[in-house]
Design a protein around this ligand. Structure first.
Ligand SMILES: [Zn+2]
Ligand SMILES: [Zn+2]
Length: 147
């Protein structure tokens, strides 16, 4: 018999208190992404949840975001001014990015349709399964300021 056989593998005090707190944060981060249509940054999520979770770290926010992306719960829209912008809206849609203020706006019309996918598939010998369209320019607020 192994001399370590009496070693308690599971501590009776091993209540998953920390883990519970972790998943509460995880849930809050996911909800924060879904609570806005501004396509938030990790920094924004951190600032928004900090009052509710004073021990929250930016690293925790980043770790959860990358696991959400792996699980397909959120998508990355683009990197704007060095910050990754996230989207909780998983239905296919396009985006407009304001090059001045960094606003990311949903464009819900399907401007590039399935025939464009087919055309690229045929012309380039690839297999298109989806497409992303990014429009750039000035948002309505910024274009009013510059006029
Ligand atoms: Zn703007
Ligand atoms: Zn979007």
């Amino acid at each position: 018999m192994d001399s370590n056989a009496s070693f308690p593998f599971v501590s009776p005090k091993g209540k998953p208190v920390k883990k519970q707190n972790f998943s509460r944060k995880r849930q809050a981060i996911l909800e924060a992404i879904h609570s806005t249509c501004t396509h938030p940054t990790a920094e924004w999520i951190y600032q928004t949840l900090k009052p509710q979770f004073p021990d929250l770290s930016l690293g925790t926010v980043y770790r959860n975001i990358s696991s959400f992306k792996e699980q397909g719960l959120v998508v990355r829209v683009a990197t704007v001014n060095g910050q990754e912008r996230l989207d909780g809206n998983l239905s296919p849609h396009s985006h407009f990015i304001c090059d001045q203020c960094g606003a990311v706006v949903d464009i819900l019309e399907d401007l590039i349709n399935a025939s464009a996918d087919r055309k690229v598939t045929e012309q380039y010998g690839v297999c298109v399964t989806s497409h992303e369209v990014l429009f750039h320019g000035l948002c309505s607020a910024c274009s009013q300021k510059s006029c």
